[in-house]
Design a protein. Structure first.
Length: 221
């Protein structure tokens, strides 16, 4: 898939910006549109690892748990079959179902930890969903403020990338889950999908998520 200049929309003011410009824009836009308060709020930038054209800026209360963030990521980008997931923060694993590693003996922690207890501005960490067909996300705490946000909210999100049909260049509507690792030939418009050798059972819809084309993912839950 060819790389494009990634654009996205600010949910606060409705304006569009490049991925690079969005962080700077949100610094100003938050002060104009978000309620003031005394609660500690973290701003996270989230993107697909190896698929950075898919990205989000979100705000989360510092007293929200990693489990709440995991559920949010599943709902907006990931959930298909109830797979396991985990965060890795400063070398420590936080697992949805923590069990000792049989090789190292180390035990992951659970996801009950509060975001504000394990994260601060500048921290980078990862999230993995599905340990078979894994979708990995890269997350960074880009800012902190005092506010009144009570749940995780999307501040900005990428526009859906225009992915061309491998046969005609029109926007792809279907992606072959068997061919997705072989490059552009997996992406097809409806017309050329009918001619694809793998058959319709392997097609998934093209959706705005780094999990597009993986396992049985068809979009937001």
């Amino acid at each position: 898939m060819a790389r494009q200049t990634s654009q996205g929309k600010c949910n606060l003011c409705g304006k569009s910006f490049s991925k690079q410009a969005m962080t700077r824009h949100l610094d100003k836009c938050k002060t104009e549109h978000l309620a003031k308060g005394s609660a500690r709020i973290l701003q996270l930038q989230i993107e697909g690892r190896g698929a950075s054209e898919y990205w989000l800026h979100v705000e989360a209360p510092a007293n929200a748990s990693l489990q709440t963030l995991d559920r949010f990521l599943r709902d907006i980008w990931l959930e298909c079959c109830g797979h396991l997931s985990m965060f890795t923060i400063a070398g420590q694993v936080y697992d949805v179902a923590p069990e000792p590693d049989p090789w190292s003996g180390r035990k992951p922690k659970g996801m009950s930890a509060k975001l504000g207890d394990v994260l601060a501005p500048g921290h980078k960490f990862t999230h993995e969903y599905d340990f078979g067909t894994t979708t990995e996300l890269a997350l960074k705490v880009v800012a902190e403020r005092q506010g009144a946000t009570k749940r995780i909210e999307i501040l900005a999100r990428n526009d859906p990338p225009m992915i061309p049909c491998a046969q005609c260049g029109k926007p792809a509507i279907q992606v072959c889950s068997m061919c997705i690792y072989e490059g552009p030939k997996a992406w097809l418009c409806d017309e050329h999908a009918e001619e694809h050798d793998c058959g319709e059972d392997y097609f998934l819809p093209v959706v705005n998520s780094p999990r597009v084309g993986m396992c049985g993912y068809t979009g937001n839950t």
